[in-house]
Design a protein around this ligand. Structure first.
Ligand code: NAD
Length: 499
């Protein structure tokens, strides 16, 4: 590994965006850290609970202002297009900031930044072409469905794909005419603050966006509980999503929950093995496995099991582990040493459950890794699908391999999990692909490919992986309230009162 020391990119100022104004945060001190070196990047003051209330009140006023509410879709779209152009302009510095704060490779953070710009651009285009429906009438009236803004939306994001997650919520929520209170994860607040500066620079009417870093249990929860917040869009762990869902139930408030996963990737004996190996490795080890859709349970059909697993292990051993700033790195550090230690505890648990560790299973050796949150890509075998390691989300570079015999066994095993986020199928038999793709409980099924995304394709989770849809036109609609309008066309009064 070549140690590449790049200067830390400039940090955003230690201020939070409070409904159109940059102000010192009145909450606790957060210390974003570079996971490759363990060095603090600086300090940022979180927002306080009082600042959440102020942001929501400013948001309500801004969302109801005719200057925003009265804008036609193509006029609102212009702001989003400008944000996209500003993200493109600052792509290099945003990617460097994101790599410094998350440890991810620059190749990945550049892709995330580009995806964020693409999301703003797609949502702007979709907004200009969204149509309301005129429904068939059953009398002397015209009926139409209108979609109206909700008011203030809380957007709560995790640390694993900042800027892309933020854009996925901000762009459609603003497009739909709302104000947004954005709360990034406590480990990775920097990119959301930088994005806030760009949205402001795009000339968005003041008050529509607040960016309030802080702890989930303090700032996140106070956003969810605030009586004037009309919807929460959350991406994160299932336990947190469940807690948010309970509060939402009390408020009768809509929520979008994008939660965890334990996604099966399935290799049938007739698969193109080279394609399958490349896809399986990308599916679990890219982003160091810190991906909700990571293919963390690998099912391989018995006739090719031994050969496939031997190749997988040999190639996994060759993956290059190193800092995200080294262009040759494939597996970068995890987001923090605390998270790395959590992953390591899961591998210890797997050992105690009887797993064979075929490769990895430890942090890499060497002084260059000593201060970073590194963990070797790990392949585990010999477990039953009921083992905790096969059922719980590890969120690291750890895959469990399981053999299967028949299609029925496979479907039963793959679905035997609380989650239902994604699935990968590697086969050349299109009839079987069709059957299995429908039989697996998952919001997204990739066939002979994995972890590909399009801003225009809806994304959602089944079972405990989530509720509601992001992306696509449905993603914009999810930030609206539906209203039916009946326009009377009678030439005479309604008959009931005038018999
Ligand atoms: P997390 O649930 O701990 O935190 C996510 C966000 O919620 C953070 O901003 C956090 O501060 C906030 N939060 C925590 N407690 C809260 C509370 N009580 N009230 C309100 N907000 C609260 O998740 P994480 O560790 O940041 O992210 C990893 C998880 O996210 C994994 O489970 C992963 O699968 C999931 N994820 C899902 C998707 C998806 O689209 N389905 C995408 C990315 C990540």
């Amino acid at each position: 590994m070549t140690a590449i020391l790049t200067p830390a990119p400039p940090l955003p100022a230690d201020e939070v965006l409070l409904g159109g104004e940059w102000k010192p945060g009145r909450g606790e001190v957060l210390t974003p850290t570079d996971p490759a070196t363990g060095r603090a990047l600086g300090t940022i003051h979180a927002a306080s609970v009082e600042q959440v209330d102020e942001a929501v009140r400013r948001g309500i006023a801004a969302a109801h202002d005719a200057g925003w509410r009265g804008l036609l879709p193509h006029e609102r779209a212009r702001y989003l297009t400008r944000v996209a152009a500003l993200i493109d302009r600052d792509a290099d510095s945003l990617a460097a900031l994101q790599t410094a704060n998350t440890g991810k490779t620059l190749a990945e953070t550049r892709a995330l930044v580009s995806s964020a710009a693409g999301t703003f651009r797609y949502v702007a285009a979709a907004l200009e072409t969204l149509e309301e429906a005129v429904t068939p009438s059953r009398g002397a009236y015209l009926t139409m469905t209108a979609h109206e803004p909700i008011g203030v939306v809380g957007a709560i994001t995790p640390w694993n794909s900042p800027i892309a997650s933020e854009a996925q919520k901000l762009a459609p929520a603003l497009a739909a005419g709302n104000a947004v209170i954005l709360k990034p994860a406590e480990w990775t607040p920097l990119i959301a603050l930088a994005l806030g500066r760009l949205v402001e620079e795009a000339g968005l009417p003041p008050g529509l966006l607040s960016v309030l870093p802080g702890r989930g249990s303090v700032i996140g929860e106070s956003i969810v509980r605030h009586p004037l917040v009309g919807k929460v869009s959350f991406t994160g762990g299932t336990a947190t999503g469940r807690a948010i869902g309970r509060i939402a139930a009390d408020k009768i408030m809509p929520v979008t929950l994008e939660l965890g996963g334990k996604s099966p990737t399935i290799v049938f004996a007739d698969a193109d093995i080279e394609h399958a190996l490349a896809g399986v490795m990308f599916g679990i080890f890219s982003s160091s496995g810190q991906s909700c859709i990571a293919g963390s349970r690998l099912f391989v059909q018995r006739p090719v099991y031994d050969g496939f697993v031997a190749q997988l292990v040999a190639r996994t051993r060759r993956l290059r582990v190193g800092p995200g700033t080294d262009p040759t790195t494939q597996v970068a550090p995890l987001v923090s040493t605390a998270h790395r230690d959590r992953v390591a505890r899961y591998v210890d648990l797997a050992r105690s459950e009887g797993a064979r560790v075929l490769c990895g299973g430890t942090a890499p050796d060497g002084p260059e890794f000593a201060d970073g949150a590194y963990y070797l890509p790990t392949v585990l075998a010999g477990l039953d699908n009921q083992a905790r390691t096969c059922q719980e989300e590890i969120f690291g570079p750890v895959v469990v391999v399981l053999p299967f015999d028949t299609e029925d066994d496979l479907v039963a095993g793959a679905n035997d999990t609380a989650y239902g986020l994604a699935c990968g199928i590697w086969s050349q038999d299109y009839k079987r692909i069709w059957r299995v793709a429908h039989a697996i409980d998952a919001g997204t099924v990739w066939v002979n490919t994995y972890k590909q995304f399009s801003a225009s394709t809806p994304f959602s989770g089944a079972k405990e992986s989530g509720l509601g849809t992001e992306k696509g036109r449905e993603g914009i609609r999810s930030y609206t309230r539906q209203k039916s309008i009946y326009l009377g066309l009678n030439d005479t009064p309604l008959p009931w009162a005038n018999p």
